[in-house]
Design a protein around this ligand. Structure first.
Ligand code: TA6
Length: 274
């Protein structure tokens, strides 16, 4: 356990991968499988302060996604979680975190709940979020990926229908892949089982497998968006892209006799020739 400014951070050092997780938010800050460039992007200008969301990594957005209420993306990423279990073998390390309702959360959202996050780090990275209680939620594993150059990557597997949250309009597209020439903020509501980020400069592709997600959200703020964010350096947007495993377009019901699961697996592949 280490401290970065105000936050307690668990550092993982394993023969197959290195990583770090903040107890605030059960927030994965980094994951680097052996022999790879870091896969997860973390803003150099992020705050590490109690109650303030970290910029980058994998924020757990829960019990809502977006700005439908305050705080944006729900309160789970701003709360202090408990490490309840951890273990390791030759292949990976796994850690379990939990968060339950408290006075502060009940003031924001009047429900009792238990939230469990399981994080497994090795040659793949897996996160599973398990919600218990009686309520409806939207949610996301808001993953920031580390890429070489936003103008050169493409993302496929997103499906043909999306809501452009910048303009508020819905679109059908026949584009096989998404590329970036300006701000992008989209909710794809008919995604394939996995998204594929092609990064020709790093010479790799990243598979993001989504489970129990109705949507995949893609986001890059471009120069204009980044300049308005104090916790992102001006050119920070060039080396990040968010591909988010999400329940965003329609809330899901959670019942006490049936927990709700949202999960993803990330895996890197080196291109044949660089
Ligand atoms: O997932 C995309 C998004 O909802 C964007 O609209 C953008 O605001 C981003 O998330 C970051 O949100 P945050 O509350 O962390 O600043």
């Amino acid at each position: 356990l280490r401290k970065k400014d105000e936050l307690a951070i668990i550092v993982v050092n394993h023969p197959k991968a290195r990583g770090a997780i903040a107890l605030q938010g059960a927030h994965l800050l980094s994951w680097q499988p052996n022999g790879e460039e870091p896969v997860i992007w973390l803003s150099k200008a992020s705050y590490f302060k109690q109650g303030i969301a970290i910029r980058g990594g994998i924020p757990v957005c829960w019990p809502w996604f977006g700005k439908v209420a305050s705080p944006a993306h729900g309160f789970a990423r701003n709360e202090l979680w408990k490490l309840t279990a951890h273990d390791a073998n030759e292949e990976s390390v796994w850690l379990t975190f939990s968060l339950e309702d408290n006075e502060q959360t009940r003031q924001i959202w009047p429900h009792s709940f238990c939230l469990i996050a399981r994080i497994k780090l090795g040659i793949t990275c897996e996160i599973e979020l398990e919600s218990h209680g009686d309520y409806a939620i939207t949610s996301a594993l808001h993953t920031y990926f580390n890429i070489a150059d936003i103008s050169q990557i493409s993302i496929s597997g997103l499906g043909s229908h999306y809501l452009d949250t910048i303009t508020g309009s819905e679109h059908d597209t026949s584009d096989k892949a998404l590329t970036f020439a300006g701000p992008v903020d989209r909710v794809y509501s008919q995604p394939e089982a996995f998204s594929l980020i092609q990064d020709p400069v790093f010479g790799r592709s990243i598979e993001v497998h989504h489970r129990n997600a109705s949507d995949v959200v893609t986001w890059n703020p471009a120069a204009e968006g980044a300049s308005g964010m104090k916790d992102m350096e001006n050119d920070g947007y060039k080396t990040m892209v968010c591909v988010e495993t999400a329940i965003a377009s329609q809330p899901v019901e959670v019942h006490s006799d049936k927990p709700q699961y949202l999960s993803m697996t990330i895996r890197c592949h080196k291109n044949e020739s660089k």
